[in-house]
Design a protein around this ligand. Structure first.
Ligand code: ADP
Length: 302
């Protein structure tokens, strides 16, 4: 595929500003959280992904349909909604991980830096280098801390001093100070929270511009979760992050934009995931447009 950065320079979509409405109601998700460390000055958004009419099916059975929203540079986008509404399915579309799921098909349009992510000339391996993924359960390789980070750059034949590449990734993953004296020890000796930060650092080593996170804190204790959330806010300065989370406080604490999904009973009797609304996180949690969103974020329905 062509260099997406260059593509973006040449072919940037018109800048769009996000509508900002006053918060008229205050729902019970901790508005102090929404006012706090997340708040940033209004700015024009630079779309990195643009989705329209996205539909994913497994062996012909539609799991999610009619999905359309965009993901901007240097923002955290949260996907929330009840279990089975297709959050993870959609996340996996963003770096073509669903290509690896037998029977999975993706229809509609997903543009990445203005280019069709599913275009015939796009190399999925290159895609996964630029769009990293972190999973629910930390999954370090059974190797040293150093070799975990160096793995991707070595496979990809990245040029440069490997020690520097490893140190940079570990620093960006907020792990360097904790592990610099034991880089050659096995990653399995780390705590769960450290292992998850190692997995984040591992994705950073191949110089991505997007990090996809699928419930990255669900296996972690509150202190480790707090460290990952702080790290996400640091990473936002440089990367775009899309996070699936079932933890609404987490979505409210870290994300800039939120897409709310639900499961809808279709006329043919099937249940499919649908996106109800996409807006600034503040709006979704304090003044949503749709009563289904309000019912979900206030905990009236699960
Ligand atoms: P969520 O992340 O919101 O819990 P998922 O994306 O995991 O939802 O699942 C959405 C729907 O797709 C569910 O009906 C689920 O059973 C189905 N699904 C997910 N993964 C697969 C798969 N690999 N094969 C078949 N069906 C799947």
């Amino acid at each position: 595929m062509t260099d997406p950065h260059r593509q973006q320079e040449d072919d940037r979509s018109p800048e769009r500003s996000v509508p900002r409405g006053p918060a008229e109601t205050s729902l019970d998700v901790g508005s102090a959280t929404l006012e706090g460390k997340r708040s940033r000055p209004a700015k024009a958004r630079e779309p990195i992904f643009e989705l329209s009419g996205v539909e994913v099916a497994y062996s012909g059975k539609v799991a999610v349909r009619d999905i359309g929203f965009d993901v901007a540079m240097k923002e955290i986008t949260a996907l929330i909604g009840p279990s089975g509404c297709g959050k993870s399915t959609l996340l996996r579309c963003l770096n073509r991980m669903n290509d690896l799921v037998p029977g999975a098909t993706v229809a509609g349009t997903i543009n990445y830096h203005g280019q069709d992510l599913y275009g015939s000339t796009v190399d999925p391996v290159e895609v996964r280098k630029r769009i990293g993924m972190v999973f629910q359960k930390p999954n370090p390789f059974p190797k040293s801390i150093y070799d975990n980070i160096a793995f991707g750059p070595r496979v990809l034949g990245m040029k440069g001093d490997m020690d520097e590449i490893v140190e940079r990734a570990l620093r960006r993953g907020a792990l360097w100070d904790e592990v610099k004296d034991r880089l050659k020890t096995n990653a399995f000796g780390m705590s769960g929270g450290q292992q998850q930060r190692l997995c984040i650092a591992r994705t950073l080593a191949t110089d991505p511009d997007v990090i996809l996170m699928d419930e990255p804190c669900s296996a972690l204790d509150p202190i480790s979760t707090g460290k990952i959330e702080d790290l996400m806010l640091e990473l936002r300065e440089r990367y775009s992050i899309v996070i699936v989370t079932h933890n609404m406080q987490q979505a409210a604490r870290v994300s800039d934009m939120t897409a709310f999904f639900t499961v809808q009973l279709e006329e043919d009797g099937h249940r499919t995931g649908r996106m109800v609304e996409f807006d600034e996180t503040q709006t979704i949690f304090t003044n949503p447009n749709d009563e289904r969103t309000e019912a979900y974020v206030t905990g009236k329905v699960g």
